[in-house]
Design a protein around this ligand. Structure first.
Ligand code: FRU
Length: 534
């Protein structure tokens, strides 16, 4: 036998052995990328190749933040869903691991969550170590084709080796479809200390359902919420439920996140939230909050068009105490058509969530995680300055603004400009603008002249807006630009806007501009950011 055949034979027998015991061979997303293709984000997570949508199963364990995600390894468009996998020790740098969950005869592996089963309630633990348990939706294409209502069921899988390999539970599904609702998916599970049980929140068409379990295997229906409240412009998806402290007080509330597609105020997919209480059985809206979300009206987590399906990390240690979220930085309106080839989609920056009691009621704010500051390679302070026309940032810093962070403070009383903000520009004259409109008291993001938009009629047809939520005389803007995206945290995170764009050449230049008057920059800081990929 020819020697060169031996490795092939070994591979073949490993494959046959794995298939025989019902496992597919571990497969890392391929082909390998240098992460330098046009539009490739340099400090945001994106898959090495092919299609990605929702982040899934975020859980912290033994020093690692796990990030699974909806993944189709065979094309750059949506297809049979897998859970791909990456880990990070700092929420900034990511290591790609082999695909964790493959579709099987029960269906595609749709979105869901993961928990550490500290008390080994499931019995999946080994050698005294708690198992990592993933809870996900099976989406069955045969049932879909047969027009059945029982397309989606909930299932579990476990890992005893830090999430590296997974075994699906032999008695899946753990929740059968009651055959009432075709949309019955995206389980997010938490351990509720108050009722001493696992609580699952599911997205079921136009409402949320809560289910309880002692062991992650046996589930019973608890209650539902939402038909009478919030935005109903589309189907509800990817929920999350968690308790959170009210900033600056000893009070704690429960937040229910509910993604919705379509229905976002600027079009397409978006994330709404509800604030209330959860007693182990039912979720009840805070009275003052209920008034702000009558049926048809949502409170929005992010006003940009490109932050969807975000849910939070499980098991972040109490000593850390943060509630951390990451979203998918795209929108179903055009996600399948965005002009990248080797891969499609990136995630938002990881953010921490903060609940504030404001004169208008409870509001969820969001901030970029502090770990991102390690990306600054150089920081240049900006002087206080009155700007009429434009203030050039290239000559002040020598930076390339395709990857940059800006922290700017503007004095509203001393600014007369009707419109002001930051403009990114390339040598082709394409521009992206983000800023504030005085008379309307609102933020805007303008990608209408930001390059390639021909792939979708609704990508760049209009300017996107966000209301201002506070009345301070100083407007603080914290911005991140990364080749194909802008993220703005305004007024310390009271409003955020996340948007993508596709300039035909990178936006290397930046300036602060004011239209119809002056804008007073009271202080600022600009940082050049490093890439995260080797
Ligand atoms: C949200 C979503 C989920 C579903 C998944 C399928 O973007 O539609 O509801 O589980 O994507 O990939």
């Amino acid at each position: 036998m020819n020697k060169t055949h031996i490795p092939l034979l070994i591979l073949l027998s490993v494959f046959v052995a794995l298939v025989a015991c019902g496992q597919k061979p571990a497969k890392t997303p391929a082909p390998v990328s240098d992460y330098r293709e046009p539009h490739r984000p340099q400090f945001h997570f994106s898959p090495p190749a092919q299609w990605m949508n929702d982040p899934n199963g975020m859980v912290f364990y033994e020093g690692e933040y796990h990030l699974f995600y909806q993944y189709y390894p065979d094309a750059n468009v949506w297809g049979p869903m897998h859970w791909a996998h990456a880990v990070s020790t700092d929420l900034v740098h990511w290591e790609h691991l082999p695909i964790a969950l493959f579709p099987d005869s029960l269906g595609y592996i749709f979105s869901g969550s993961a928990v550490i089963d500290w008390k080994n309630t499931s019995g999946f633990g080994k050698n005294g170590q708690p198992p990592m348990v993933a809870i996900f939706t099976y989406h069955n294409m045969d049932r879909e084709k047969a027009n059945g209502k029982d397309v989606e069921t909930q299932a579990i899988a476990y890992s005893n080796d830090l999430g590296r390999t997974w075994t699906k539970y032999s008695k899946n599904p753990v929740i059968n479809n009651p055959e009432k609702d075709r949309d019955f998916r995206d389980p997010k599970v938490i351990w509720d200390e108050g009722s001493r049980q696992w609580v699952m929140v599911l997205a079921v068409g136009d409402h949320a359902e809560f289910w309880g379990s002692p062991n992650l295997k046996d589930w019973s229906f608890l209650s539902d919420f939402g038909q009478q409240f919030g935005s109903h412009g589309g189907v509800w998806e990817c929920p999350d439920l968690f308790p959170i402290n009210v900033e600056g007080s000893a009070e704690s509330k429960w937040v229910l996140l509910m993604n919705i597609n379509p229905g976002h105020p600027n079009g397409g997919s978006g994330t709404q939230y509800f604030v209330g209480g959860f007693d182990g059985k039912t979720f009840k809206l805070e009275e003052s909050f209920a008034k702000t979300v009558p049926k048809g009206t949502g409170q929005w987590f992010d006003y940009g068009k490109d932050n969807y399906a975000g849910v939070t990390w499980s098991d972040v240690p109490k000593s850390d105490g943060r509630r951390l979220l990451i979203g998918w930085m795209s929108n179903w309106e055009y996600a399948l058509k965005v002009p990248t080839v080797a891969w499609r989609s990136a995630n938002t920056l990881p953010r921490s969530l903060h609940l504030h009691k404001t004169p208008g009621g409870y509001r969820l704010h969001t901030q970029p995680v502090a770990e991102l500051s390690q990306l600054r390679s150089k920081t240049v302070p900006l002087p206080g300055v009155d700007i009429t026309g434009a203030f050039d940032l290239d000559s002040k810093t020598g930076f390339s603004f395709s990857t940059a962070e800006l922290e700017l403070e503007f004095d509203l009383d001393k600014s007369t400009a009707a419109r002001w903000g930051i403009e990114l520009r390339n040598s082709k004259g394409e521009t992206y603008r983000i800023g504030f409109e005085k008379a309307q008291n609102r933020f805007f993001s303008d990608r209408t002249r930001a390059g390639n938009a021909a792939f979708s009629e609704t990508f760049a047809d209009k300017i996107h807006y966000a209301p201002r939520m506070v009345t301070d005389k100083t407007v603080r803007l914290h911005l991140f630009f990364d080749h194909a995206s802008a993220e703005m945290f305004a007024d310390d995170g009271a409003v955020s806007m996340t948007e993508i764009f596709f300039p035909t050449e990178p936006f290397t230049s930046a300036r602060i501009f004011g239209e119809g008057g002056n804008v007073r920059l009271s202080s600022g800081k600009v940082s050049q950011l490093k890439r995260i990929w080797k």
